[in-house]
Design a protein around this ligand. Structure first.
Ligand code: PPS
Length: 301
C-alpha cells in the first residue's frame, strides 16, 4: 500500500459541526454524507466499530497482527489510519476521504467506523459483514474524549472539563450519545454478525479477549504467536510504535504535547477528573439513560 503523506498546507481550524438524522458529525462528513451512505461493503470486509475513544486503535492493531500471523514488520507497513481506513472521515478537501481510501484497497479489507448503528451504510448489513464492536465504560470514555479534543486541533473546542462532561451527557458531541451508541449496537448484535467486546475485559485479560477475536475471525494461531500479539498490543509497547500511536500525523493536527494520543490506557482514570458532585450527578443520569438495558460496564478493575 502506498502511504499518502499528509502535508498541512491549509490553515488548520476546528471543524464546524452539523447533523445527520440528529447525530452530530463534522460538517465535512455531513456535506458528503451521500457518499458515506452509498459506501459499498464487500462480504469479506471486517468492520471495527466503536464509540470514539473506546479502544479502536488497540483493536485495529490486534486484528492486523492476527491477520498477519503476528508479523510485526508487516504490521508496521503503514500507520493505523492507512492500513484500515476510517470510512466516514474527511480530514480535508484536498485529501482522500476514508470511503475512497477503502475503495482503493484490495480485499479483504478491515475498516473503521464510529457511526451509531442506524447510520452504518446499509451495504454492511446486505453483505452480512463481520463487525467487531468495542465499548468502554462511559466515565473513562468521556475523560479520554475530553483530552482528545484538547490535542486534536480539528475537533470542536472542548471547553472546560465541566462543560465537556455536560455536552457528553447530553449527547451533544461528535458521533452523538455514548448511551445510545452502546445500546444500539448491543441490540444489533442479536441480529447480525457482531462480536461485542469491552475495553475493560481486554485490559483485564487480553489473552481471553484476543482468543474471542480469533474465533470470530475463524483463525487459529500457535501459542507463541498469540503471546507475541499480546506483547505488541499492550499499551506501553503500542505507545512507542510510530505506526500505531498517531505520531505520524502532522503536529498541526494532533498535538501530542498537549496530551498524547496514547495517553494512559487505563481503567479508572476517571477518578482523577470527576468531582464527587459530578460523579453523583453522572450516576443518577446514567441510571435513567441506561434503564432497561441488559448491558453492564465496569468502571474499575
Ligand atoms: S479513536 O481516536 O477514537 O480511534 O481513539 P481510540 O483508539 O478508540 O481510543 C484511544 C484510547 O485507547 C487507549 N489505548 C489503549 N489502551 C490500552 N491498551 C492499548 N494497547 C491501547 N491503545 C490505545 C488510548 O490510550 C486512549 O485512551 P486514554 O484513556 O485517553 O489513554
Amino acid at each position: 500500500m502506498s502511504a499518502e503523506t499528509i502535508k498541512v498546507d491549509w490553515e488548520v481550524t476546528r471543524y464546524e459541526v452539523a447533523e445527520v438524522e440528529g447525530i452530530p458529525l463534522t460538517k465535512k462528513m455531513c456535506d458528503r454524507w451521500d457518499k458515506v451512505w452509498a459506501f459499498q461493503a464487500k462480504p469479506d470486509d471486517l468492520l471495527i466499530s466503536t464509540y470514539a475513544k473506546a479502544g479502536t486503535t488497540w483493536t485495529q492493531e490486534i486484528v492486523d497482527m492476527i491477520q498477519h500471523d503476528g508479523d510485526t514488520e508487516i504490521c508496521k507497513r503503514a500507520s493505523t489510519y492507512e492500513r484500515q481506513p476510517f470510512i466516514e472521515w474527511v480530514l480535508h478537501e484536498t485529501l482522500t476521504p476514508g470511503w475512497e481510501q477503502a475503495e482503493a484497497m484490495p480485499s479483504p479489507r478491515t475498516l473503521k467506523t464510529h457511526l451509531p448503528v442506524q447510520l452504518v451504510p446499509p451495504s454492511f448489513w446486505e453483505q452480512n459483514c463481520k463487525i467487531i464492536y468495542v465499548a468502554r465504560n462511559a466515565k473513562d470514555n468521556v475523560v479520554s474524549y475530553y483530552h482528545f479534543h484538547r490535542m486534536n486541533q480539528v475537533l470542536p473546542e472542548p471547553g472546560t472539563w465541566e462543560e465537556f462532561l455536560e455536552n457528553y451527557m447530553a449527547g451533544k458531541v461528535l458521533w452523538g450519545s455514548w448511551y445510545d451508541h452502546v445500546k444500539g449496537w448491543w441490540k444489533a448484535k442479536d441480529h447480525h454478525r457482531i462480536l461485542y467486546l469491552f475495553y475493560e475485559d481486554i485490559k483485564e485479560n487480553p489473552r481471553r479477549e484476543i482468543q474471542k477475536i480469533l474465533q470470530f475471525m475463524e483463525k487459529d494461531l500457535e501459542k507463541d504467536i498469540l503471546d507475541k500479539i499480546i506483547h505488541y498490543t499492550q499499551f506501553e509497547v503500542m505507545k512507542e510504535n510510530p505506526m500505531a500511536n498517531y505520531t505520524s500525523l502532522p503536529p498541526e493536527i494532533l498535538n501530542h504535547e498537549i496530551s498524547p494520543f496514547m495517553r494512559k490506557g487505563a481503567v479508572g482514570d476517571w477518578k482523577n477528573y470527576f468531582t464527587v458532585a459530578q460523579n453523583e450527578r453522572f450516576d443518577e443520569d446514567y441510571k435513567k439513560k441506561m434503564a432497561g438495558a441488559s448491558l453492564t460496564f465496569r468502571t474499575e478493575l
